[in-house]
Design a protein around this ligand. Structure first.
Ligand code: 6H9
Length: 372
């Protein structure tokens, strides 16, 4: 029996909800859960240095297989010694499989049993990704946690279409497991799909659990459905996943969605939201979103968030950050990106403390009271 690359240790279950306090151990360290993972699509969390990510408490970051396959190419990253070496990051790295990018970014040509034919979104070149190819790229990139190659169908797609899709996704998942070269050092997760159909989510979960992955992702959410619809899918999907393995909800990152995902038993989250909205001057604060570029902050010499202890809030004012953004000073983007990531990582710290003391629902009420 080989030791798995990634193990999950369930420390405590919340008395009143499905929330869990845990730890994930990878070849690049052990991390507390529930956790938020900053997204570093092209092997960089935009505008952030690894030291800054570490000081704010980021343990695991994401990189995108599709993007890195196109640029600079997985062979170059492998030659550099893998992603950790290439980007000077010695903590956890998770790569997605390209499945979502292919279905959301590239011009789709067609999906066959073998894989997906599509056009390179940068130059229109014809490309093909199969489970075997995606896993080979992820093996070359060297992430600690890898995603299976799947189809992410539209949430509202028909029952018949999604039934065929999840059955193919399960066959692709099995092919990925067979193609995976380094199970001792890289953990391959299965991805549960099924759109908004309860029976198909159950079938997808059952099929993947029978393949005994070391961890499970819940995909196909945060793709246009309402928060209530997402929460409803989580209500019946997370309980189908093994209690002793990590559960990762893909693409979710607003404060309210993080709290509600944790309450439903999710351990890991990722989202480009904090860094993406930071670049157009929108900041997450304990009192809701603050668009610091607005004229009303021109002479506001308070920090972005008076309750925040981050580097940006301890040293700079709304007026200064607004000035930087208005004059296209790159330092402005760095400060808003730093703050937004710190805000979500700090929110996860507070959530873990609340689970420890069985007061997560009280924390949720207090948070929403202020956040609005
Ligand atoms: C921003 N929303 C969002 N939904 C996602 C779903 C997936 C997925 O199902 N991958 N297989 C990945 C990334 C996502 N990001």
């Amino acid at each position: 029996m080989t030791t798995p690359a990634v193990t999950y240790n369930l420390i405590k279950k919340d008395k009143h909800t499905g929330a869990r306090l845990g730890q994930i151990t990878t070849p690049h360290g052990t991390f507390d859960t529930p956790m938020f993972m900053p997204v570093g699509t092209q092997a960089s969390v935009k505008a952030m240095a690894p030291e800054e990510l570490k000081e704010m408490g980021a343990g695991v970051i994401l990189a995108n297989t599709y993007h890195l396959w196109l640029r600079p190419g997985e062979d170059l990253v492998e030659e550099a010694g893998g992603l950790h070496q290439f980007m000077n990051w010695d903590q956890g790295i998770l790569t997605d499989s390209g499945g979502f990018q292919v279905f959301s970014l590239a011009e789709l040509r067609n999906i066959t049993e073998e894989g997906v034919h599509f056009k390179n979104h940068l130059n229109g070149q014809k490309l093909f990704l199969s489970p075997e190819k995606a896993i080979a790229i992820e093996n070359a990139l060297g992430a600690d946690i890898m995603m299976s190659f799947d189809e992410c169908p539209p949430f509202f797609e028909s029952y018949d279409y999604i039934k065929k899709s999840i059955e193919r996704t399960s066959r692709w998942a099995e092919r990925g497991l067979r193609a995976h070269k380094n199970p001792q050092t890289q953990a391959l997760f299965g991805i549960v799909q099924g759109g908004g159909h309860k029976a198909l989510r159950e079938q997808s979960a059952r099929d993947l659990v029978s393949l005994d992955f070391p961890g499970y992702s819940i995909g196909g959410l945060s793709v246009g459905e309402s928060k209530a619809e997402m929460n409803h899918v989580l209500d019946f999907t997370t309980p189908l996943l093994p209690e002793n393995k990590p559960r990762y909800l893909m693409g979710v990152g607003s404060p309210d969605a993080l709290i509600d995902g944790v309450i439903r038993g999710v351990d890991m989250f990722d989202c480009v939201l904090p860094t993406r909205i930071a670049r157009n001057g929108t900041c997450m604060t304990s009192k809701g979103r603050l668009v610091v570029k607005n004229a009303k902050y021109a002479r506001d010499f308070r920090p972005l968030d008076e309750k925040c202890n981050c580097y940006a809030c301890r040293n700079y004012t709304r007026a200064y950050i607004r000035h930087l953004l208005k004059t296209d000073e790159i330092f402005g983007l760095r400060l808003t990106s730093y703050h937004n990531l710190y805000f979500l990582l700090d929110l996860m710290r507070k959530i873990r403390a609340a689970i420890k003391e069985d007061r997560l629902l009280d924390f949720r009420a207090e948070f929403f009271e202020e956040y609005g």
